[in-house]
Structures are given as structure tokens and as C-alpha cells.
Design a protein around this ligand. Structure first.
Ligand SMILES: NC(=O)c1ccc[n+]([C@@H]2O[C@H](COP(=O)([O-])OP(=O)(O)OC[C@H]3O[C@@H](n4cnc5c(N)ncnc54)[C@H](OP(=O)(O)O)[C@@H]3O)[C@@H](O)[C@H]2O)c1
Length: 218
């Protein structure tokens, strides 16, 4: 699959490596391609260009920019280049304010997520929330003593979610589909929870797993 990644930070780079590892074609977009010169040389199979270039030829787009810049990055990618495409939204609405006792501050409220805001502005984009609730070091085929962790996803388009479920399988994750875009109100704050042990005790090596009870036969 042709994957266009919007972003130049740790998440964009980690996911670019993951998609490449699993045989996909990767283009990465940033406002300033020149700053990735050295990284591009070390990763010659990944094309580095503008947000618009990365989105244009992509069959699947990954949004991996700072939460407050997400709408801006999508606008720069271009509504036509994104129209009807599945977009994995890995962003979190983290405010430019310090954590309080290890708890990150968000610029959204409990009854509105960043993904819903993006979905309202880009109506025909098929957003799927994923990858936002784990550190970038564990996004691609993580190994945990408790087995594969769970990625919580949501989005309005079932076909796009099915595609993302398949990719998460490749990336070594179980998937828990939490429903429509509104579920991002619950999934985005998982990032706060994930970061608390890190911010309080410098513990960053964990992931979430959803346990369900097996139904026993009578
Ligand atoms: N770090 C993690 O382990 C982790 C884990 C899960 C989820 N997340 C989420 O994933 C996203 C990316 O995180 P990150 O740590 O890789 O990078 P980041 O430092 O949060 O963001 C860097 C990216 O944001 C873009 N950006 C910043 N302001 C912008 C603006 N006004 N308009 C357009 N683009 C803008 C930058 O664009 P340029 O390339 O043009 O500079 C760059 O690509 C964040 O939303 C974060 O909350 C992070």
C-alpha cells in the first residue's frame, strides 16, 4: 500500500519504519523537508517532501503531528489530496502547558475530542484514531510479557477501520474498536494515563491490554 505520513517527529519516523518493514511504500511530509536531510539519507527508501506531496499519492494517510497543528497540517496536505481517504489519526490534543502532578493538560474538553474537530472540518476524510495511546518505541511489533497489547481505535467508517485493523495485526497489535468518532473522547485521554508513570517515575515501558472474560460452556 502507498502510505503518506504527515509529520517529522518520533511517531512519524517510527511508523514510517514500521510500514516500510511490512512492505509498504512510504512518503513522509513536513513543512520543512530540508531539516530531514540526514534522516532521509539514512532511510533512502522513504520519500521526504511536503505535506501535500505525501498525501497526494497515498492510499492511506497517517496524521502524526503536534495536536495543535493537526488541522493546519491537514489544510496544507490539501482537502482534495485527502478526500475519501482513510487517515490514521495518531495525534493527541496536548496543551502547551506543563503536566500537573504527572497529568498532561489537554486543550479539548471531556465532551469533544480533537478527532471530532478534524472530522467536522474534513467531512469526507475517513479518520481512524489509532497509535495515540502508546509511546512510539512500542508502535511496531512490541514485545510484552503479557502478550500482544490492545490498540483502541474508533472512527465513522467501517471499511477504513477494517483496513486499520489489518495493519495493526501486521504491527503486532490486538484491536478494540470503540465505535464512532465520539469514542475519541475516551481514547485520546489514554495518552494522559499512559504518560503518568513516565512523568512521575520515568517508567515508559508499558502498553494497555483489554481483558475479556471467556464464556464457559455449561
Ligand atoms: N511521541 C510519542 O511517543 C507519541 C505517542 C503517541 C502519540 N503521540 C502523538 O503523535 C503526534 C506526533 O508526536 P511526535 O512526538 O512525533 O511529534 P511532535 O513534536 O508532537 O510534533 C512534531 C510534528 O508536528 C508538526 N507541527 C507542529 N506544529 C505544526 C503546525 N502549526 N502546523 C503543521 N504542523 C505542525 C511538525 O511539523 P514540521 O515537520 O513541519 O516541523 C512535526 O512534523 C502528537 O500529536 C503526539 O501527541 C506521540
Amino acid at each position: 500500500m502507498k502510505v503518506g505520513i504527515l509529520g517529522s517527529g518520533d511517531v512519524a519516523k517510527a511508523l514510517a519504519g514500521g510500514f516500510l518493514k511490512h512492505g509498504h511504500e512510504v512518503a513522509l511530509g513536513t513543512r520543512a523537508p530540508a531539516k530531514l536531510g540526514d534522516w532521509a539519507k539514512q532511510n533512502p527508501k522513504i520519500r521526504v517532501g511536503t505535506f501535500a506531496k505525501a498525501a497526494k499519492s497515498a492510499e492511506l494517510v497517517v496524521l502524526a503531528v503536534k495536536g495543535s497543528g493537526a488541522a493546519n497540517a491537514l489544510r496544507a496536505a490539501g482537502a482534495t489530496n485527502l478526500a475519501d481517504k482513510p487517515v490514521i489519526d495518531a495525534t493527541n490534543p496536548i496543551a502547551d502547558a506543563p503536566p500537573v502532578n504527572g497529568v498532561l493538560q489537554f486543550f479539548t474538553g471531556l465532551d469533544e475530542s480533537l478527532m471530532e474537530r478534524l472530522q467536522r472540518e474534513f467531512e469526507n476524510v475517513r479518520f481512524v484514531k489509532a497509535f495515540n495511546s502508546v509511546g512510539n518505541a512500542f508502535m511496531v511489533n512490541p514485545r510484552f510479557a503479557g502478550g500482544p497489547p490492545t490498540m483502541f481505535i474508533c472512527g465513522n467508517d467501517d471499511v477504513a477501520k477494517q483496513m486499520v485493523r489489518g495493519l495493526l495485526n501486521q504491527f503486532g497489535w490486538e484491536t478494540a474498536d470503540m465505535g464512532k468518532a465520539e469514542a475519541a473522547r475516551a481514547i485520546e485521554p489514554l495518552c494522559m494515563l499512559w504518560c503518568i508513570p513516565g512523568l512521575l517515575r520515568n517508567e515508559w515501558v508499558h502498553a494497555f491490554k483489554l481483558l475479556t472474560k471467556t464464556v464457559e460452556k455449561e
